[in-house]
Design a protein around this ligand. Structure first.
Ligand code: DGT
Ligand code: CA
Ligand code: CA
Ligand code: ZN
Length: 593
């Protein structure tokens, strides 16, 4: 039987096809493949399951999928291969994913690099750029050569970490599979995954089982495992097919809490806990919390007894600390706050919860570069438990997305009215992701902005302005009385593009002064605002909005990463505007106040 590809792998393949087609300068088709890739990567079920249940027809019902793509998906699910892709790959055998992850390198340039210099992969690109061989080629210049070297260096410094959007679903699949084994009592994700860091070095999974050998065998036989670094009685380390390493530990039931605490980290947080234990004359490790026992016989002086370790909370409790949520365990002041028993200090904030969001204020439809219609988005959002969404398509300056001008936006407003009449149970708000121009003015005139419920603004150009210019530009934009939210405030793309140089303290002051909301964009490659900035904003009393930035009806599941990021920034439910019902949320926007 063919190996079952994961949704992630199928999406990767489709992204590559889109790049190949762009290389060949085919019109429209690349976008179609990209849209499908976007939709597939966030499906809740494996494509294979959907296919087995509903056949090719079920595939054709996915967002953006037409007859010809449904056929290709079917081939992939049935055979684990796609001849169409293999042909494209044969014609231009380059590492298209690796190369196109370099900022400044588009498919057409990659084609030139292949044709003129036979460059297949990033290392060859770097060598050629170092030797100054790129600048003379068509589509390239000394400036682009320099930009390429910068981006290569940026990627190296990232050091092979994985986005949480890829790592967490993978870890959860493994966790779920382990839980199905009757021999497994507990299987749980630990490490940076449990703390929901933006990027993950390696995965850590803890298992409680009475039959460690059998569970280890099962783990090693998983289809994703491509290399085994070591197998021990309690610890096994492997590499998976996507290049990610996983540590897998089997721990005794009675030490589970101590092990979970220890392997969740982070390291500095653990060291601090251990020091608290030592001060009390105790010992804390991954097996439990121990205190010295009065030696009964003179021979056995050093006798330790365990008095906590079955659960995590009993460890925090014994150390006279309030329970600290994993997302806060980064040694940035959480321990001081948790010393509740001493009655000093403030209590830990009650963090916004994963169930708290009622709406989503940044959603792109097929009017621009999204894969789904407004109606599909609304129905999917409703299914995801939301009671309102704002449609916020791009504006005209982003020509490649077919950004809306005033005229098309007016038509979209009418369309939203009609969809709202058609479907109940969810409110579709009218919005925009209006481009901030170089000087801080906006891509649409005020007379159309006043017609909208939610005005978001964001930067998609001139990323390299000086700090002073960039800050003034954004301050000017959010000072516009119609602007409600600053979308993805720093513009970074994780592992690909650095944040713009901006004075965030100044932006936060301006947001507070003007009543502007700052976005926590949940898209795993953005996660923007960053956690430190969320904390600054929240402390300053600035409200945040957690948005999916959905580009397909399947993307509302991404909101989870935004909530995680907000929790890492210590945000409470009351700090997040879209935890409120729509009428209350609207009152927090500028024009109603
Ligand atoms: P990563 O994998 O780089 O994204 O980050 P983590 O936090 O998952 O780090 P990892 O996988 O090296 O270790 C998992 C946890 O194990 C870590 O968060 C804390 C704990 N740990 C690892 N090494 C040490 C250590 O030397 N001392 C203490 N106290 N804890 C450690
Ligand atoms: Ca780890
Ligand atoms: Ca590890
Ligand atoms: Zn977009």
């Amino acid at each position: 039987m063919a190996r079952q590809l994961s949704n992630q792998e199928i999406a990767h393949l489709f992204y590559q096809i889109a790049e190949y087609l762009q290389m060949q300068e085919v019109a429209f088709k690349p976008r179609a493949y990209e849209r499908v890739a976007r939709a597939v990567e966030t499906l809740e079920e494996p494509l294979g399951v959907i296919y087995r249940r509903g056949g090719r027809k079920a595939l054709a019902e996915l967002p953006g999928v037409g007859a010809s793509i449904a056929e290709k998906l079917e081939e992939l699910v049935k055979t684990g291969r796609l001849r169409y892709y293999e042909t494209l790959k044969r014609e231009t055998p380059v590492d298209i994913e690796g190369l196109s992850a370099i900022e400044g390198l588009g498919p057409k340039t990659i084609k030139v690099l292949w044709q003129k210099l036979r460059i297949r992969k990033v290392e060859e690109l770097e060598r050629a750029a170092r030797a100054g061989k790129l600048r003379t080629l068509p589509r390239l210049s000394a400036k682009i050569e320099e930009k390429i070297l910068k981006s290569v260096a940026f990627q190296k410094q990232r050091g092979g970490r994985f986005l949480i959007g890829e790592a967490l679903p993978l870890a959860r699949r493994i966790e779920a599979r382990l839980k199905e084994l009757p021999q497994v009592k507990i299987a749980v994700v630990a490490g940076s995954l449990r703390r929901r860091r933006e990027t993950i070095g390696d995965g850590d999974i803890l298992v409680v089982s009475e039959n460690p050998d059998l569970v280890t065998d099962f783990f090693l036989k998983m289809p994703e495992v491509v290399h085994v670094y070591g197998r021990g009685k309690t610890k096994t380390m492997v590499r998976l097919r996507n290049g990610m390493d996983f540590d897998f530990r089997i721990v005794p039931q009675e030490s589970f809490g101590a092990a979970l605490q220890y392997f969740t980290g982070n390291k500095d947080h653990n060291v601090a806990l251990r020091q608290i234990a030592i001060k009390k004359g105790w010992k804390l490790n991954e097996y439990g919390l121990f205190r010295k026992r009065k030696a009964k016989s003179k021979k056995r002086k050093e006798a330790w007894t365990k008095f906590a370790g079955k659960t995590e909370s009993e460890i925090y409790e014994a150390l006279e600390l309030a329970f600290i949520e994993p997302e806060m365990r980064e040694m940035t002041g959480e321990i001081e706050l948790a010393r509740r028993r001493f009655g000093k200090g403030v209590a830990l904030p009650g963090l916004v919860d994963y169930e708290d969001l009622l709406g989503d204020l940044q959603v792109q439809s097929d009017w621009t570069d999204g894969a789904s219609s407004i109606e599909q988005l609304a129905r999917a959002a409703q299914k995801a438990g939301l009671s309102y969404i704002a449609i916020t398509d791009h504006t005209k300056r982003l020509a490649m997305t077919r950004g809306l001008d005033e005229k098309r936006l007016r038509r979209q407003i009418a369309e939203i009215d009609s969809v709202n009449r058609k479907i109940g149970g969810i409110t579709i708000l009218k919005g925009t992701e209006c481009d901030i121009l170089k000087d801080g003015t906006l891509d649409l005139p005020d007379r159309i902005l006043v017609k909208l419920d939610v005005v978001g603004v964001s930067i998609h150009s001139f990323f390299t302005l000086s700090r002073a210019e960039q800050t003034a530009r954004v301050v000017r934009a959010i000072t516009n009385p119609h602007v409600d939210i600053l979308f993805h405030p720093t513009g970074r793309l994780l592992g690909k593009r650095a944040a713009i140089d901006i004075d965030m303290a100044e932006i936060i002051r301006a947001a507070r002064r003007t009543g502007t909301i700052l976005e926590v964009n949940a898209s795993p490659e953005r996660l923007d605002l960053h956690d430190v900035h969320i904390r600054m904003a929240v402390e300053a009393g600035v409200k945040i909005a957690i948005d999916s930035d959905a580009h397909a009806a399947t993307h509302f599941s991404l909101l989870e990463y935004g909530v995680a990021q907000a929790r890492r920034g210590w945000a409470k439910k009351s700090d997040v505007v879209n935890t409120r019902p729509v009428s209350e949320m609207l009152k927090l926007l500028k024009k109603s106040s």
